[in-house]
Design a protein around this ligand. Structure first.
Ligand code: MRU
Length: 345
């Protein structure tokens, strides 16, 4: 996990590891302007909430670099921001990162190219801080697992180096717990329909030498019923003020199963994933992607011709099904609005 670099900033170019073709191919895609970064985010070259936010921040730097002398800088930068903001709707880290860049963007609008270094510094800071946050969360989450060591954990989607600036959120906790010999094995859901678990998490776990089993999403109930799993550990794309959490489709079902089987449920996400502007999960926009992600796999039909599909790619887990939300600012046990604000705001 540590060795795989999904986002590489080269100053005049953003290089992204193409997650559409992993694990068969390791291909870097080059983005030289905000339009190319937007397309990379929308097309899932880069994905995972923190990685999307970091990429968007670099996208603003590229926009500033490409701003013609004669252009209205304010309009140019606000167009670039709008473009990037429209790439994907659910992960709030995208909007959080664009907002964090706003002071540096304003300096560029006022002062021109002399201020590009400031924009770049802010984007690099967002990137570096994400790695540090993940390392902190890794230890905090592993501390929770230490209460019941020697069991397996189950995870969903991909939350590792590929989905973040590095180290990972939920996968960062798993990595720390594995290094501390607190867990025996990881069960990784394949994560239909895009197979983030099968293609990406399995790859990262293998690289790290962590004992793991890939399972069909529908095997999760059976695995939990064996009593082998102590925690389900997932990331988040947006957490509402009260702790309701949007994450990859299938997460909500896992939380219901976990409560039924007395397995604990942990959400791991940097504080930038918490959206204090919305009271609860009902206000989280849920992205719907094309039906071909369900009816086809890599161009190969797996359903009858012309079959229509419904493809919501996130769901919302209510806070009352979550035992712990781990952020770099601290752990919120049994989250509610007061505890969330006290620890994270
Ligand atoms: O559609 P994706 O692959 O961008 O969805 C990713 C997830 O749902 C992750 O679990 C979430 O972003 C947390 S990543 C650290």
């Amino acid at each position: 996990m540590s060795n795989c670099v999904a986002i590489e900033w080269l100053g005049e170019e953003l290089r992204l590891l193409d997650q559409r073709v992993l694990p068969e191919a390791t291909l870097m895609i080059s983005c030289r302007n905000a339009t190319e970064v937007t397309e990379a985010i929308r097309g899932m070259v880069v994905r995972g909430a923190p990685a999307i936010g970091i990429s968007a921040a670099y996208g603003l730097v590229l926009a500033a670099r490409g701003c013609p002398e004669s252009a209205d800088r304010g309009k140019w930068m606000s167009d670039a921001r709008d473009l990037l903001a429209a790439s994907r709707p659910t992960a709030v880290n995208l909007f959080w990162a664009l907002d964090r860049m706003q002071d540096a963007v304003a300096a560029f609008v006022n002062n021109g190219s002399a201020a590009i270094a400031g924009l770049e510094a802010e984007a690099v800071k967002i990137h570096q801080e994400d790695v540090l946050a993940n390392e902190t969360m890794g230890e905090l989450g592993a501390d929770l697992i230490a209460d019941r060591p020697g069991m397996a954990v189950l995870t969903h989607c991909n939350t590792g180096s590929l989905a973040t600036g590095g180290y990972g959120t939920a996968l960062g906790v798993i990595r720390s717990a594995w290094q501390r010999e607190l867990i025996t094995r990881v069960y990784a859901d394949e994560t239909r329909p895009w197979f983030q678990g099968a293609r990406l998490t399995a790859w990262e776990l293998q690289q790290e030498g962590i004992e793991a089993r890939l399972i069909a999403d529908s095997a999760a109930a059976h695995v939990m019923a064996t009593g082998e799993v102590s925690w389900v550990i997932v990331g988040a794309d947006r957490i509402a003020s009260n702790g309701d959490t949007a994450n990859k489709i299938g997460t909500y079902g896992l939380a219901v199963l976990a409560r039924y089987h007395k397995v604990r449920f942990m959400v791991v996400a940097p504080s930038g994933t918490v959206d204090f502007d919305i009271p609860d999960g009902r206000a989280i926009p849920i992205e719907e992607r094309g039906g071909e992600e369900v009816t086809h796999f890599r161009g190969q039909a797996i359903a009858p011709p012309d079959m229509r599909a419904y493809n919501p790619v996130f769901d919302v887990t209510p806070a009352h099904l979550i035992d712990a939300i781990v952020t770099e600012k601290g752990v919120v046990l049994k989250p509610d609005a007061d505890k969330m604000r006290a620890i994270i705001a």
